[in-house]
Design a protein around this ligand. Structure first.
Ligand code: APR
Length: 169
């Protein structure tokens, strides 16, 4: 996947058309990357999120980026890991596909993802990485308007797992 990259860093620093927020269904902020994005974007982000009236797990909604270097934030509530018997895999794949689709619909060419659901929502990282990477690969195989998609891992250890999964695809 030549348009896909795995990097280590803080997604609030990404200078791209859209960054993805691992949100919750209220879209009213939280901890983790959600908290970091809201802190960096400023209060106008929450004000716009309030107008969106929440978002279903696996779906995505888009806002401006405000004080972030990214033009847009695409908010997607990932599934909470509950053992694997509650369609978590399909829902996580749907998060990635919904964000990519929305990015293309809004003319975005570059998009950065965090590792959705693998923090507070406790999705096992190797399984989540495989779902993320196969969903992104399949989307890029069907779509050539995106020029760069990155997985921005917060730690080197997370990136290592993504890289290990990527080479098996
Ligand atoms: N940049 C990139 N990645 C980050 C950053 C950051 N600044 N901060 C955290 N992460 C990483 C975490 O290390 C983890 O790998 O984002 C990934 C997702 O973790 P969470 O932010 O905990 O998100 P998630 O597991 O999807 O849980 C979502 O947590 O913050 C609340 O409101 C949110 O209820 C929702 C839940």
């Amino acid at each position: 996947m030549q348009r896909f990259f795995i990097t280590v860093g803080d997604i609030t620093h990404s200078q791209v058309d859209a960054i993805v927020n691992a949100a919750n269904t209220t879209l009213l902020g939280g901890s983790g990357v959600d908290g970091a994005i809201h802190r960096a974007a400023g209060p106008e982000l929450l004000a716009e999120c309030r107008t969106l009236r929440g978002c279903e797990t696996g779906k995505a909604k888009i806002t401006a980026g405000y004080h972030l270097p990214a033009k847009h934030v695409i908010h997607t509530p990932g599934p909470i890991w509950r053992g694997g018997g509650y369609h978590e895999a399909e829902l996580l794949s749907s998060c990635y596909r919904s964000c990519l689709t929305l990015a293309v619909e809004h003319g975005c060419k570059t998009i950065d993802f965090p590792s959705i659901s693998t923090g507070v929502y406790a999705y096992p990282l190797p399984q989540a990485a495989r779902i993320a990477l196969t969903t992104i690969r399949d989307f890029l195989a069907q779509n050539d308007t995106l020029t760069q998609v990155r997985m921005v891992c917060h730690t080197e250890s997370t990136a290592k797992i993504y890289r290990n999964v990527l080479v098996t695809l």
